[in-house]
Write a protein that binds this ligand. Structure first.
Ligand code: ACM
Ligand code: ZN
Length: 760
């Protein structure tokens, strides 16, 4: 971990010169080992190969291998305590090896395979490298005919750069069942990640059973979604134990996160007496940050949290305990007599110091349980608790400041480590929270900030991917966001910088792709980008495609589904008549992305109208009510009519739970020049020139995936905007207000249709 000294830089240079930078399909390990030599020859594991363990603490690791081989080829490999002369896989603990705690040596030669390390976790990591040298079928849960378990001769010496190699998972915004968590733990083990940060409580749910406070899960684990149905799920203490054990078997520590003092509305819905106002509350059903937080004035709040912590620590043997600490609005504390009394009594300056007081009290509770406290970087505000470690998420500054103050730090800055960001064009990717972090950007993250002085660098424990699940509505979508980006971050955490070469990583990634296919992981494959789903043209159209990794794309124009034998895209496609393009991206492994369908439609320019204009803005018909479908508006006969002279969004309320209305705007949009325009809208429907151009149906309308094109002449064109002011997928439409944007085809930037462009 503390690699950066002149000496270690020197070692690093030597390692770089030894490491295998050329691509060998047979030797493709992620994360890239420190030192890897490939030799001539191969060893084959057969039915009669014996697994030798130097110590019975390694039995589990030996079984890890034998069970995988057994499920694929039904070999029953014997585990023995005496080292055979030949035909063995040996797992050998040895104090004399010159390796760090998690390091290992792996040698494959004529007589067998030897994995040596100082610790069982080192041995386990050696096994993970061995598994990646075996055919990917080793991950197959099913029998495979005639498997040959051949391993190339190698000599590997390897150890991690950082000690905290993690993944965070928010199971509150969307619940992740045990089986799916186990899949992530399997992937983490493969990638030599060692920390699973389990975000268990939120405004939108409380997901861990606490026996002393049963309402936390009875009430707090459920919410009524904006669409009207109940959404829930929680882990019993038995479930938690099962996951902690499953993780421990893979040398992964599970760090629980119990959020305080903010992000606590689910708990406060169950026990409103621990809030400032006393409630009542409802478990939050929209994303974002809740103003109601734990009361910092009441002693009962601290008693409650102490009780909760007592039960939680008994379930998690991890060294660390995460207390959240982020995004705690101070509004309620400012108004609360008890919080104000606490500020006076404790001679605090303000509510920021009250937050610090809160965290420091919790720190004492954790220390009494022998736990190290870790929290998001807001815990720096008002003074950091003495023993606290900091997770830097709002950039790197919090981490740098904490390290300079002598605190340990996990770096998880949003720009690189937030795996909820988009990883491709938001017009074609499933809806995400926003942002854009490509696989390459994740890969290029450097956890040691340049600004940090040498004598503070050892405080940087490592990095982790943060997985916030607001827009991950299913476990499949979690996998889609996490992989392959977590794989890149695993290499960031493990490999020394000189061993991190993106172009080489991308080639090695295919070995992991194959394994993920056997594990049934729904990983992201870049989609063909460029055109939207409907492209109009007058005479001829050029259709350029690209994808974020410059991967091969195959397409058809006869309406059939593309296959590996279909045309390979090499340059913009040109057509002069109606066509349907079906196109997909293809990995080296032959696996294809979802197919995109693009309709090319020959058309004529639509002439403008010459209407009599009464004024600026649009005519709005408005009605209160919760309309589940656009068609439900047909039955409305008590519309309120008004002229909305502003841009529509300015008129919308922003009050989370209570938004239920619909508006239909009509009038004209002034188009500035002749051209083919791409329109984008978060409305339910957008009509122009008599066409339903955009229909977002029941989708989450943020970052619409239903952009469309139309050829318009300069001038006034009739428009109709249908907008339901409701909540879909946790997104209150009113947060953005209705928006229509357009751009001339070929231009980069969209223009918002402004109030000056509308008239009625
Ligand atoms: C965070 O993303 N609110 C830590
Ligand atoms: Zn209070």
């Amino acid at each position: 971990m503390k690699l950066i000294s002149l000496l270690s830089l020197f070692i690093l240079l030597i390692l770089m010169s030894c490491s295998n930078q050329t691509v060998d399909r047979n030797v493709s390990i992620i994360p890239q080992p420190s030192k890897l030599e490939v030799n001539d020859g191969e060893f084959e594991i057969t039915k009669t190969t014996k697994l030798y363990v130097s110590d019975n603490v390694l039995d589990g690791t030996a079984r890890f291998l034998s069970e995988k081989i057994n499920s694929t080829s039904h070999f029953e490999l014997a585990v023995v305590n005496e080292k055979p002369k030949k035909n063995y896989v040996a797992f050998i603990l040895s104090d004399s090896l010159e390796l760090t705690k998690e390091g290992y040596q792996l040698k494959v030669f004529e007589s067998g395979i030897e994995i040596g390390a100082k610790t069982p976790e080192g041995i386990f990591y050696g096994l993970q490298s061995l598994l990646q040298l075996l055919p990917s079928e080793v991950e197959s849960p099913q029998f495979v005919q005639k498997m040959k378990w051949i391993v190339p001769f190698v000599s590997i010496e390897d150890e991690p750069r950082f000690q905290w190699r993690g993944m965070h998972l928010d199971v509150c915004r969307h619940f992740v069942p045990l089986e799916n968590i186990k899949k992530h733990l399997d992937m983490m083990a493969m990638l030599k990640l060692n920390t699973f940060h389990w975000h268990l409580t939120e405004d939108q749910a409380w997901r861990i059973e606490i026996k002393k406070y049963p309402l936390l899960t009875e009430i707090g684990s459920k919410r009524i979604e904006g669409e009207g149905h109940e959404y829930g799920g929680y882990y019993t203490q038995e479930d938690i134990k099962e996951i902690v054990k499953y993780a421990a078997d893979r040398y992964i520590q599970v760090v629980p996160e119990i959020e305080l003092p903010g992000h606590a509305l689910a708990a406060l819905t169950a026990y409103p007496e621990f809030s400032c106002t006393g409630g009542p509350f409802k478990v939050r059903n929209v994303w974002g940050v809740e103003p109601d937080v734990y009361c910092a004035g009441k002693e009962e709040t601290f008693q409650f949290l102490e009780d909760v912590i007592e039960e939680v620590v008994s379930l998690f043997p991890s060294e660390y305990f995460h207390i959240g600490g982020d995004e705690c609005p101070k509004d309620r504390w400012k108004e609360c007599p008890e919080c104000q009394k606490r500020i006076k009594q404790e001679e605090l300056e303000d509510e920021h110091q009250l937050q610090s007081y809160f965290i420091k009290r919790i720190e004492k509770v954790l220390l009494a349980h022998n736990k190290k406290m870790i929290g998001w970087d807001e815990i720096l505000e008002g003074g950091l608790a003495e023993s606290a470690a900091v997770m830097s998420w709002r950039g790197e500054e919090g981490g740098i400041e904490a390290a300079n103050q002598g605190h340990d730090v996990v770096m998880t800055p949003g720009n690189w480590c937030y795996l909820d960001h988009y990883q491709g064009d938001n017009r074609v990717e499933p809806v995400a929270i926003g942002g854009y972090t490509s696989l390459k950007e994740v890969y290029e993250y450097e956890p040691l900030p340049k600004e940090l002085k040498f004598d503070k660098q050892h405080h940087i424990l490592g990095t982790q991917g943060n997985v916030w699940t607001e827009y991950m509505y299913t476990p499949d979508l979690v996998e889609y966001r996490v992989y392959p980006r977590l794989i890149a971050l695993a290499e960031v955490n493990w490999a020394v910088p000189g061993n991190r070469v993106y172009d080489d990583f991308i080639v090695r990634l295919d070995n992991i792709h194959r394994r993920m296919d056997f594990l049934g992981i729904n990983y992201h494959i870049p989609l063909p980008e460029g055109p939207v789903n409907k492209m109009v043209f007058i005479d001829k159209i050029h259709v350029p495609f690209s994808n974020t990794r410059d991967l091969k794309m195959v397409y058809t124009t006869d309406g059939s589904k593309p296959t590996l034998a279909s045309n390979v895209y090499s340059q913009p496609l040109i057509f002069a008549q109606n066509k349907t393009i079906k196109i997909a991206t293809v990995l080296e492994t032959g696996k294809m992305s979802p197919v995109r369908t693009i309709k090319l439609v020959q058309t004529k320019y639509v002439d403008p109208l010459n209407p009599e204009i009464k004024g600026a803005g649009l005519l709005e018909r408005y009605v209160e009510g919760d309309f589940k479908k656009v068609e439900d508006l047909d039955a409305v006969n008590d519309w309120t009519e008004r002229v909305n002279v502003m841009r529509p969004s300015k008129k919308m309320k922003r009050d989370g739970h209570k938004i239920t209305s619909a508006s239909v705007f009509t009038g004209y949009l002034e188009i500035p020049e002749d051209g083919i325009f791409e329109f984008s809208s978060n409305l339910d429907q957008f009509f122009i020139a008599g066409q339903l151009l955009i229909d977002n149906k029941e989708e989450v309308k943020r970052f619409s995936r239903n952009n469309s094109t139309i050829a318009l002449r300069k001038g006034m064109h009739p428009v109709k905007l249908v907008f339901r002011n409701n909540i879909i997928g946790g997104w209150p439409q009113a947060w953005n207000g209705p928006s229509v944007r357009f751009r001339l085809l070929g231009e980069d930037d969209f223009v918002e249709a402004s109030s000056e462009m509308y008239s009625y």
